[in-house]
Ligand binder design. Sequence first.
Ligand SMILES: NC(=O)c1ccc[n+]([C@@H]2O[C@H](COP(=O)([O-])OP(=O)(O)OC[C@H]3O[C@@H](n4cnc5c(N)ncnc54)[C@H](O)[C@@H]3O)[C@@H](O)[C@H]2O)c1
Length: 286
Amino acid sequence: MATGRNHRPATSRSRGIPDATVARLPLYLRALTALSERSVPTVSSEELASAAGVNSAKLRKDFSYLGSYGTRGVGYDVEYLVYQISRELGLTQDWPVVIVGIGNLGAALANYGGFASRGFRVAALIDADPAMAGKPVAGIAVQHSDELERVIEENGVSIGVIATPAASAQPVADRLVAAGVTSILNFAPTVLSVPEGVDVRKVDLSIELQILAFHEQRKSGELPDDGRAVPGTDIGEDAGGGVTGSPVAPPAASVTKRTASAAPAATDRRGDEPGNDGDLPAVMPA
Ligand SMILES: NC(=O)c1ccc[n+]([C@@H]2O[C@H](COP(=O)([O-])OP(=O)(O)OC[C@H]3O[C@@H](n4cnc5c(N)ncnc54)[C@H](O)[C@@H]3O)[C@@H](O)[C@H]2O)c1
């Protein structure tokens, strides 16, 4: 991982909020939503930091970017923070999402209730297999790939989820982008090339397991022969930021924006934006 401590942190395009802060906002929101469901009116930074698994000083710094400073002796207003973070994340509006590749994973994603409850409406399920067309999955009829462009246009889809085999992922991404999609969540184990202005996040559970395997190996005292740390395992601090109690990072700031090129994201992103986690995997908040 690049060491970016002496550099200005990479920031999101809105209001100059650092990407690492943006990556922690869903963690705060998840913790705050749980408090809200229990009708808890206020929360201290320490309590919320602990519930979100984040260091409390980092939390206060993150909230300062939102203009939220809490009230001394009272803490933060839970409902207001839920609103503020939801608004900052763009969750106060409905986001139609298209899932491409309705096999084991695509069907599981389609059935995942957590999308809808967080403002992501599954607008369409797309698969290249003609035998799948018309079959209901999660109450939605699967549509053939030929329909992809029409579906995106009709539903105003800007977020696409790719759950196809790796070999199909780039052509699918190209079609999604050409049709107007500007954000892609990629589950296929391949690096995607997308034009400038398109954001890609990737999820790879096997990478997370490999990181856990590394920590297991450390716990058992079995280090690699040369005793060096395995690269890419220190993602907690920059990506999830100040995460406590967990050896594995929460959602990494793995937004990838680049011009179309054959260069892997891990190389070009880390090279030009120190302190950002470039192509590290993201894990969906549960
Ligand atoms: N990121 C993760 O943690 C994770 C976990 C499991 C699987 N995966 C990956 O997700 C992908 C899907 O896995 P799966 O087990 O669901 O596979 P699967 O074979 O069950 O499903 C793949 C589906 O994609 C469809 N498809 C193929 N090419 C297509 C195209 N060009 N356009 C539209 N649909 C197309 C196939 O018809 C099939 O229905 C694989 O790349 C796999 O490696 C990732």
